[in-house]
Design a protein around this ligand. Structure first.
Ligand code: NDP
Length: 283
């Protein structure tokens, strides 16, 4: 078994962006910029936003945080989104999820200009992915693809199983694997005999949000296992969706939690920001 080090790969992705960031900064007289809107004080979101800010600083990307109180009406969030859409100094931005319950996250995403949607969640960008056309790709599945590529596996004809069918992780993940000619199965909460399906996976992506629910004994010997899950435990620790200690004995490659998919999500967010900033500048 080899552990897929997401931190190290994320560093390499960031280093790979450095020359482009310098070129953009020189050409426009300002670096690429990422704005993050945080509504409320969800503790996990605050950590994610801080990590994004740190990653921007390291990469030479300007970042700015817009903090709004948890009671902010949806209308005001949409107004801020409209201002960010219109501001030429803002290359890319995102509204951190989850948002407070009185706000409809889908309405917020729809308000974002698809050209600035560095999260890749806007229906236009998801539609482009579905159509196999270039567009801003959702960061987490894009990061998973880079991790899978790191193993050197040829995906053509391989059986990939994605557990989870959310719009932001599971579904786009399945489409990206399909785009690379894998044979893809998507599992969800109604899937019968999940263990038997998982056992046929050459590539397994777990994006469920239930600590260690994918049992190690289900993992096919020699499989590539990508664990997207981030589950905070009552003892203050953190676990993925995969029973790592057992799965690692069977998998050829496996991502740890933390230190696997998480850093790659942030690296792909930087890459999307650079892609947006680059558009309009002659190469
Ligand atoms: P969602 O809650 O939106 O989706 C979870 C999916 O898991 C659903 O499709 C659900 O099925 C499925 N599911 C739930 N229970 C079972 C079960 N018993 N068997 C099979 N499938 C099941 O979560 P997200 O996709 O947003 O996130 C998934 C995990 O990934 C979370 O832990 C999240 O924190 C983490 N995450 C990590 C990121 C990172 O950067 N590392 C980024 C984004 C998310 P159904 O549709 O039928 O309800």
């Amino acid at each position: 078994m080899a552990c897929l080090d997401g931190k190290r790969l994320a560093d390499r992705v960031r280093e790979g962006l450095a020359a482009e960031i310098e070129r953009i900064t020189a050409a426009r007289g300002r670096p690429p910029s990422l704005h993050v809107v945080l509504v409320g004080d969800d503790p996990a979101s605050q950590i994610y936003v801080r990590n994004k800010k740190k990653a921007c600083e390291k990469a030479g990307i300007f970042s700015h945080e817009h903090r709004l109180p948890a009671t902010t009406p949806q209308r005001e969030v949409v107004d801020l989104v409209a201002r960010l859409n219109a501001d030429p100094k803002v290359d890319g931005f995102l509204v951190q999820t989850p948002v407070p319950r009185h706000i409809d996250p889908a309405a917020i995403v729809r308000a974002v200009d698809p050209a600035k949607d560095v999260d890749g969640y806007h229906p236009v960008n998801l539609g482009l992915l579905m159509a196999g056309k270039p567009g801003l790709r959702p960061c987490t599945p894009a990061g998973c693809m880079l991790l899978i590529d790191e193993t050197g596996i040829d995906l053509i004809g391989k059986h990939a199983v994605v557990v989870g069918r959310s719009l932001t992780v599971g579904k786009p993940m399945a489409l990206m694997l399909l785009e690379r000619h894998a044979t893809v199965t998507i599992c969800h909460s109604r899937t019968e005999d999940l263990g038997a399906v998982v056992a046929r996976a050459d590539v397994l992506v777990a994006a469920v949000g239930r600590p260690r629910m994918i049992r190690g004994e289900w993992v096919k010997p020699g499989a590539v296992v990508i664990d997207v899950g981030i589950n905070r435990l009552t003892d203050g620790g953190m676990a993925g969706d995969v029973e790592f200690d057992f799965a690692e004995k069977r998998a050829a490659f496996i991502t740890p939690v933390p230190g696997g998919v998480g850093p790659m999500t942030v690296a792909c967010l930087l890459a999307n920001t650079v892609e947006v900033a680059r558009s309009g500048i002659p190469r």
